[in-house]
Design a protein around this ligand. Sequence first.
Ligand SMILES: Cc1cc2nc3c(=O)[nH]c(=O)nc-3n(C[C@H](O)[C@H](O)[C@H](O)COP(=O)(O)O)c2cc1C
Length: 411
Amino acid sequence: MQINYDFLEKYTFKNKAMTLRNHVIMAPTTLRSSLEDGTVTDNELHYYQLRAQGPAMIITEAAYINEIGRGWEGGISVADDDKIPGLRRLASAIQSGGAKAILQIFAAGRQTTNAILRGETPVSASNQPYTNGDFDVPRALTHDEIVQTIEDFANATKRAILAGFDGVELHGANLYLMQQFFSADSNRRDDIWGGTTEKRQRFGLTVTAKVAQTIEKFADRPFLLGYRQSPEEPMVPGITLAESLEFAQRVTSLPIDYLHLSLKDSFQVPFKNTQDTKRVIDYYRETLPEGYPLMVAGLLKKPEQVEELMDAGVTFAALGRELIVEPNWVQKVANNDERAIRYAISPSDFDLLGVPKPLAEWLLTRFRNGFPVTTDVLFDPKQPWRYYKNAVVTVTKPIDPTKLMTLKNRP
Ligand SMILES: Cc1cc2nc3c(=O)[nH]c(=O)nc-3n(C[C@H](O)[C@H](O)[C@H](O)COP(=O)(O)O)c2cc1C
């Protein structure tokens, strides 16, 4: 039986002359596969190209806007003009399959290390460390450095325009720098950038306004601006849903084109107030104007779930892990071939699915619990190449398993 899912219908933005072919979005997923200086590699182009035929829009992994903003080894850089040619190839690879190409831009803030920054100390809103991970203690940015960081976001946007992207997404989620300014946990300042909720909102709102102006000034074609938000933080003090809804109202009154929620589960209820049974998406739908473009990511796998999200008034469904596992998800749904959709991945298919080695290693180690791998065979960090039939790996000394994530993807 052919099912006519609403999410396969076209969508046209109200304020920009841009039409999307459906409502399915590829959520940003870090491949850790750029060169050491952040230049895009062929492995990345291949990965995106394989997934470009179905989703309406592909949001790239977070690209760092300045050197101190690097969050991990193998990240994509948009920090310098010399990255534009590589970024242009990335935008073209995505657009070659008919998807719109959105560059996610960010700075890591305190979620990084001195080693990743080659000896520099990470920077954040304050010198408050993030203890839930192997991160180094940051130093607080000075006022002038904050102003420069905002400028760096604007310059990154200009580069994305020159590279041919269809938009940028500001990464205000997942505990990175923009969120660190917003959170009372990481922002302990008492100047104009911190103290009250309103002052903690200032960095995110100022970056958004500045990036919107840059688009207005330099884009010679419809160019989207999205904002990604994590509505709650587990820490106390930390971001609450009420604060996020207030921020959402303010940021969507600026000229942005969509708001993107990064959730664990798209249908989750607030986790800070355990008595609350109303879904986070329902709070947002009530807060935002009717029909405001809202994108949601979190555990979406089956077409029925995506359709349920549309029924709840959410405009776009962003799929993360499922599109790593199944590059042809949209085509299989559209062709009434749902039984062929993969919901788990076999390590022996990593090559076939274009999953670059650093991403595969991450999924099989740090991310193992959150990722559907078909085999029970535990990843052996001493023999990571086992899973790469065609890879030639020369090991000159034993690999320290704790250092695996920092292996560089040299050509
Ligand atoms: C390997 C991996 C890398 C990710 N990288 C990013 C990133 O660069 N930027 C971002 O905003 N979210 C990132 N995310 C989060 C996803 O965009 C998404 O919100 C999350 O995976 C939940 O959606 P899912 O359940 O469909 O996977 C990443 C997730 C995974 C699994």
